[in-house]
Design a protein around this ligand. Sequence first.
Ligand SMILES: Nc1ncnc2c1ncn2[C@@H]1O[C@H](COP(=O)(O)OP(=O)(O)O)[C@@H](O)[C@H]1O
Ligand SMILES: [Mg+2]
Length: 211
Amino acid sequence: MKLELRNVKRDFVSRSGCHYTCIEDVNMEIHSGEFHLLYGASGSGKTTLLNIMTGMLRPTEGQVLLDGTEIQGKKEQELALLRRKSFGYAMQNASLLNSLTVAENISLPLTFFSGTGTAEEQLKKAGLWKVRNSYPSELSGGEYRRCTILRALVIQPDFLFADEPTANLDDTNAEIIIEMLEHLREQGTAVVVATHDKRFMEDSRQIHELG
Ligand SMILES: Nc1ncnc2c1ncn2[C@@H]1O[C@H](COP(=O)(O)OP(=O)(O)O)[C@@H](O)[C@H]1O
Ligand SMILES: [Mg+2]
């Protein structure tokens, strides 16, 4: 599969009425099995770009094409189906459902989107097996974050978008998350990470500098 951005631009209007350009002239091609980094400081437009890629935000100018079809042209229902089947999005500061255990939080997307399934192996890979029956409030920061990321990738989407997945995490936790994303990529998913974390830097990854 291929996700293509052509001359994408996004303007915002501030509360005081000023128009300003957040991102412009963004051209990218993302194919299955590739690892892309949207690399830039805070405020450089990383989250905005991820929201445009996932069809949650419209570009002011330019196009986002999935296998040649513009996603903005799709109906809301069609777009919802696409997101559900093909896109995983681990948003910045994503929250788990507090009344469900780790295993239940992870199983929810599986029951919704792909019938049933157990995530035993994936819970083990994410180092969450021993806390599978714990509730979100009982998790460490790193465990919590790994759980939000696992929830986005458990359905093995065609595209996985992760917004600052390793922000404020120690090396051990960051390493597990990078490993989870790399493992997913090896299985054919296109992985797109918004970050300014140097720990993601590797020659095999395609870097798009923003800002
Ligand atoms: N809905 C919005 N309305 C107005 N300005 C916005 C909106 N969303 C983002 N911005 C602005 O766009 C810029 C980029 O934001 P963002 O995409 O969140 O950057 P990053 O994720 O790289 O930190 C910031 O200056 C931010 O204030
Ligand atoms: Mg952001």
